[in-house]
Design a protein around this ligand. Structure first.
Ligand code: ZN
Length: 216
């Protein structure tokens, strides 16, 4: 990590200095290109808190959901099925979403409730059984904000809002239809109003507002 951060700082400083002095040297574009490329490749610092065992860990996950071998092993263990103890590599796209959230809400901690689940009683079609789902919250960020962001930013996902239990379920489901739900009184309520609103184009919201106001 350190050399990359150092190089980033140097590249940024060099670019800023050159811009400030309006130097004709053509280094800035190169320096910035390197900066962008390394930012994409550099892992996002993901701070995790295990709600059940009450332990904190920080791992590095790249924005594409990949990571080094040591971190892969660490996450498999961290996200293991808590009933059976079994471990499974978590879907790359789900981890990419996790890295995205960590980056977006930096420096907040992602508190995870449940990830891989294979105990008897877990539905055969559960994305948790497939190691594609994470139940979590981010302390200091309203669940509704996380929920709406994910639903707006991603497709081929399942996003569940659990207001009573205070967590968000997110899963990646390539080649399956998107699904949004609110879990209330022991049941999933699909096609919730919030999902419709979150994906409504901004222009449409603006266009419909006056009509509502005029009562047409
Ligand atoms: Zn879940």
């Amino acid at each position: 990590m350190l050399p990359i951060i150092l190089k980033l700082k140097l590249a940024t400083a060099a670019a800023a200095g050159l811009v400030a002095t309006a130097s004709p040297v053509v280094v800035p574009a190169d320096a910035l290109a390197i900066t962008v490329a390394e930012r994409v490749a550099a892992p996002v610092e993901v701070k995790l808190y295990d709600e059940n065992l009450q332990v904190s860990t920080t791992v590095g996950i790249r924005r594409d959901g990949t990571m080094d071998d040591a971190t892969t092993a660490e996450l498999k263990h961290l996200f293991r099925c808590r009933t059976t103890g079994r471990q499974h590599a978590i879907a790359r796209r789900t981890l990419a979403m996790l890295a995205d959230l960590a980056d977006k809400y930096q420096p907040r901690t992602i508190e995870f409730v449940s990830v891989y689940r294979v105990q008897s009683g877990e539905s055969p079609t559960s994305p948790h059984r497939d190691a594609r789902a994470i139940d979590f919250r981010i302390r200091g960020v309203p669940l509704t904000q996380i929920r709406d962001y994910l639903w707006r930013a991603y497709t081929e996902v399942g996003i569940g809002w659990y207001p009573a239990e205070q967590f968000i379920h997110m899963d990646s489901r390539p080649a399956l239809h998107d699904s949004a739900w609110t879990f209330l009184a022991g049941e999933n309520h699909y096609h919730p109003y919030w999902a419709e609103v979150a994906r409504r184009p901004a222009a449409e919201v603006v266009a419909t507002s006056p009509r509502h106001r005029s009562g047409v």
